[in-house]
Write a protein that binds this ligand. Structure first.
Ligand SMILES: Cc1cc2nc3c(=O)[nH]c(=O)nc-3n(C[C@H](O)[C@H](O)[C@H](O)COP(=O)(O)O)c2cc1C
Length: 287
């Protein structure tokens, strides 16, 4: 990759309209190589997920090619990456981290992607991938080269979910406790990493992540502010836990690039919560 990870995080956006150009063999091989390396499929707490490459019908020679039926939202996908994971709280968080790292890798290779958890025909993939009992296919992403000129539907979709509106710092970040807001200028070297979390994708662009920087500046605690009655949680798994894994991925990759080493922990600092919908998730402890 020529770009820095932070450039990639800033550049990535959901692509729903692709060129008909097939994915180059080198790019395909690079992703298959990435998937073969076990450490790439490990989450912040050592959990794993399965990911399969599936050619879209007409998009390649692979016999596995299937018709996805993404309800017309996605145009000209050339292939898909399909995730499989155990349906539990921690595994969904780890899945968000693992799959987002892969999405950033694909973005760095010049591919367009779009996290899709709701608007796809789950059954067609289930038939193909045969998840084991207790496993689900939480999300997929189409792959292909982004078409510069967006379809009207693409633009409408972005408008409906307000994709270009990312919440400001004051809605997301707190200083020492939930009583004080964290200004970028008070976050020191972590400001850029928190900015990368802010720019990340989330289901229906709800941006449910909240974070508190500890008073001693040594830890950052991440929370999930569940969206009440969120439709995405009605598919048999809690979609918004994936969003927290995505936040953890963007945060950790930025920290690594900025030379801020740390480790993930899951120990509730008992700082209280914003409201009854807020749940402690994980912390990054500087080392
Ligand atoms: C877990 C998850 C599930 C998503 N599911 C869908 C989906 O079913 N259909 C869709 O068109 N976009 C889906 N998205 C994409 C979001 O709408 C998109 O990330 C958000 O609007 C922000 O836009 P951006 O990715 O361009 O920054 C999903 C995103 C995430 C993280």
């Amino acid at each position: 990759m020529d770009m820095t990870v932070m450039d990639i995080i800033e550049k990535r956006k959901s692509v729903r309209t692709y060129e008909t150009t097939p994915i180059g063999e080198k790019v395909h091989a690079a992703i298959m190589d990435y998937l073969r390396q076990e450490e790439n499929l490990r989450g912040p707490f050592g959990g794993t997920a399965g990911v399969e490459w599936v050619w879209a019908k007409g998009g390649g020679e692979d016999s596995k090619a299937i018709k996805l039926g993404a309800y017309g939202v996605i145009q000209n996908p050339q292939a898909y990456l399909v995730g499989v994971v155990t349906n539990d709280r921690k595994a969904l968080l780890e899945f968000g981290y693992i799959f987002h790292k892969l999405i950033l890798y694909a973005t760095g290779l010049g591919l367009g992607t779009c996290w899709i958890g709701g608007t796809f025909n789950r059954r067609s993939f289930t038939r193909e991938l045969a998840p084991k009992p207790g496993e689900i296919i939480p999300c997929i992403t189409p792959l292909g080269y982004p078409r510069e000129k967006q379809r009207l539907l693409d633009a409408t979709m972005r408008y409906v979910v307000k994709a270009d509106q990312k919440k400001p710092w004051r809605d997301l970040y707190y200083d020492a406790s939930f009583e004080h807001l964290l200004a970028p200028g008070d976050a020191g070297s972590l400001a850029a990493a928190l900015e990368m979390v802010r720019l990340g994708p989330s289901a229906s662009n709800k941006q449910p992540w909240r974070a508190v920087l500890s008073a001693d500046r040594q830890e950052i605690h991440f929370y999930l502010q569940h969206t009440p009655n969120y439709s995405g949680n009605k598919l048999g798994f809690e979609m918004q836990r994936i969003d927290i894994g995505i936040a953890a991925c963007n945060f950790e990759l930025a920290c690594k690039e900025l030379g801020i080493p740390g480790v993930w922990t899951m120990r509730d600092p008992q700082l209280g919560v914003i409201d009854q919908h807020t749940e402690y998730m994980l912390s990054y402890k500087l080392s």
